[in-house]
Design a binder for this molecule. Structure first.
Ligand code: RNT
Ligand code: ZN
Length: 410
């Protein structure tokens, strides 16, 4: 008997249908962040990355333009199983002329659609409110300066229009996620007024309504950023309340909380009150360091909250990390595969039985089964999934060859 069949029987004995698990996994989209390919540089300026985030490392072969980034993404996508989406930032506008961030249009993103849609890949979007001279004293939408606020309001409004148009063209909603770094390095003299200004700017941004079939809006909070350690205007409480007020989504980035706070625990809390929850899956090492996603315990817990709550369509999974110290294509593939491994791991659990143990107060049986499941033949089911998706198990050698032939010559 082959390994998959054997493993399938082992799972079958505890009531888990491996075929159904594989089928369900194939339908869960993961939005791959284009910005791992070029250390979040984008195409519109040669300014270095700023705004509370940082990419570290200097590995060979960073993509420097649209053609290179597409080529690298093609290699990554060919090695990633399952359903794919592509997550773009406004700084990835494609244009021969200088691009004005407050006057972007769909025209600058048509080339991306022309490339992605024939592959069956839908696009998500993000306005870019960092790495830009119009960020004044670390502030954008919450700036005391009206001109600064107006500039960024126009930028985000144009991004929402672009995202809605992307959604219309692709025939499926485009998620437009707003993250701003606005904050202060040292002890504030006023924590309220910047939040009142942010509230007002967002109200102006959301004045325009778009059909939900085209556009989903989300707001991403953060506890602190580099150089902005003492105060973040867009805090978790601020955005949760704002999102509730406007009927839009919260986006939870698991690098954006205190190290003892877990996004896995926040997901079910939000599912009580919101139809949808968006995620930026990342890995913080001591802080929001955006390391490549590995198959660690918190990733597995996040996946469990999606699967056992039947929230496959309610939790929008996006990745968000940028490691410049290793091969960037490998970083994409490793992180994306790990997200899917965590989902598969959760799909291979007998959740009804485990919930029953919890409700009966049989915590001894619960612990025994949870621990036993950790050494079930998960890898054999994963390999079967890769085979069915027509994707190589060994992705490193394909990437290494591309590195030698292409990346090392850039
Ligand atoms: C930064 C946020 C944000 C960015 C991307 C590039 O801390 O996580 O989502 O990483 O928008
Ligand atoms: Zn993020």
């Amino acid at each position: 008997m082959n390994r998959y069949k054997q493993a399938s029987l082992t799972y079958g004995a505890i009531g888990v249908d491996t075929e159904a698990a594989i089928k369900r996994l194939k339908a869960i989209p993961i939005s791959l962040h284009c910005w791992q390919g070029d250390d979040v540089m984008g195409f519109v300026s040669d300014k270095s990355l700023s705004g509370g985030i940082q990419a570290t490392g200097n590995y060979m072969g960073r993509a420097k333009n649209f053609e290179e980034l597409k080529k690298d993404l093609d290699v990554a996508f060919s090695l990633i199983p399952g359903k794919k989406r592509l997550n773009l930032h406004a700084i990835y506008a494609v244009s021969d002329k200088p691009v004005e961030m407050d006057k972007l249009t769909i025209a600058e993103f048509k080339p991306w659609l022309d490339w992605a849609l024939p592959k069956g890949i839908c696009i998500d979007f993000n306005p870019t409110l960092f790495s830009n001279p119009m960020v004044k004293d670390g502030l954008t939408l919450s700036s005391p300066n009206k001109e600064t606020r107006d500039y960024w309001i126009s930028h985000v409004k144009s991004c929402r229009a672009i995202a809605a148009e992307i959604g219309r063209i692709q025939g499926a909603p485009c998620l437009n996620n707003i993250w701003i770094a606005d904050g202060l390095k040292d002890v504030p003299a006023d924590r309220l007024t910047p939040r009142l200004r942010l509230n007002e700017s967002l109200d102006r941004i959301f004045e325009v309504e778009y059909p939900k079939e085209y556009l989903l809006d989300s707001l991403e909070s953060k506890v602190f950023g580099i150089g902005l350690e003492s105060y973040t205007v867009g805090s978790s409480e601020f955005y949760m309340n704002y999102s509730m007020k406007k009927g839009i989504c919260c986006l939870l980035d698991n690098g954006h909380y205190h190290p003892n706070e877990y996004v896995s625990d926040k997901i079910p809390s939000l599912l009580v009150f919101f139809d949808k929850v968006a995620l930026h899956v990342t890995r913080g090492v001591r802080w929001d360091s955006d390391h490549v996603v590995i198959l660690d315990d918190e990733l597995k817990e996040i996946a469990k909250e999606i699967i056992r709550n039947d929230a496959d369509k309610r939790v929008l999974i996006g990745l968000d990390y940028f490691d410049a110290s290793i091969n960037r294509i490998s970083a994409w593939v490793t992180g994306d595969r790990n997200m899917q491994k965590a989902l598969l791991f959760a799909l291979l659990m007998p959740h009804d039985k485990l919930k029953e143990y919890q409700d009966k107060g049989d915590f001894t049986s619960l612990m025994c089964l949870l621990e036993e499941l950790k050494i079930y033949p998960f890898g054999d089911i994963w390999n079967q999934y890769l085979e069915e998706c027509g994707v190589e198990k060994d992705y490193y050698s394909v990437i290494k060859k591309y590195e030698t032939e292409v990346l090392s010559k850039r």
